[in-house]
Design a protein around this ligand. Structure first.
Ligand SMILES: CC(C)(COP(=O)(O)OP(=O)(O)OC[C@H]1O[C@@H](n2cnc3c(N)ncnc32)[C@H](O)[C@@H]1OP(=O)(O)O)[C@@H](O)C(=O)NCCC(=O)NCCS
Length: 194
């Protein structure tokens, strides 16, 4: 672990470029989403490792919405930056762009947030990471937004857990009317309204 108390955002920023070769294509001829997710995980790890100077794992990934398809032959560029750090967690923001040389266009593919947690290689327990030295207004804004996302992520997860625990199947099954499913009688014959 780096003993530095604070590190700049710039010191761990990473750019990754990769040509989308034909072997990356899916059955529709576009680049497989999994290829892009794999590259995102790779750059998130590189960026987090550069910040914490050690080992980390991917704890969560926030919304990956592909806004534009990526074509075979495009040059994909991924930009990664540590937006926010807590005690052991680091939120890495990743922006993905695809460049089509023939058309001379650059498209924004997606922006996602990976939460990486620094772990001790010996104990595999979370360890403290250096803080972020924020050098401009954009970096302050990203830190504030990362802090907010962490809070909302926790609240959202708690809400889903609570709903799951309180789920009343006797009430939930009738509410499936109109949904795109068919519930077999044998699947709920032992379920009674609580
Ligand atoms: C992520 C992991 C290390 C957290 O361990 P834990 O014992 O729950 O740790 P803690 O509760 O002490 O939390 C440690 C930090 O992780 C963060 N964290 C834990 N779970 C998280 C999640 N699902 N999403 C985002 N952040 C998370 C906490 O907010 C905390 O951040 P902070 O130290 O900055 O405040 C553990 O769940 C783990 O090892 N998961 C598997 C990760 C992995 O293998 N990834 C690769 C998949 S192939």
């Amino acid at each position: 672990m780096n003993e530095a108390q604070f590190s700049t955002v710039k010191s761990s920023q990473v750019i990754l470029k990769e040509l989308m070769v034909p072997s990356y294509a899916n059955f529709g001829g576009k680049v497989h989403g999994g290829v892009i997710l794999g590259l995102m995980d790779k750059i998130a790890y590189t960026c987090a490792a550069s910040h914490c100077k050690g080992y980390s794992v991917t704890a969560s990934v926030d919304s990956v919405d592909f806004m534009n398809p990526v074509e075979v032959g495009d040059l994909l560029t991924l930009y990664a930056s540590v937006n926010y750090v807590g005690t052991s967690s680091m939120e890495v923001g990743i922006k993905v762009e695809s460049e089509n040389f023939r058309e001379g266009t650059v498209k924004h593919t997606n922006t996602s947030y990976f939460t990486m947690v620094a772990l001790s290689e010996e104990t595999r327990k979370p360890v403290k990471v250096a803080g972020l030295l924020l050098e401009d207004e954009d970096e302050i804004r990203r830190f504030v937004m990362g802090k907010l996302r962490k809070k909302l992520r926790r609240a959202h997860q708690q809400e889903i857990d609570d709903i799951g625990k309180a789920l009343n199947m006797g009430k939930a099954i009738p509410e499936l009317t109109g949904e795109n499913c068919q519930v077999q009688e044998s699947a709920y014959k032992n379920t009674t309204a609580r």
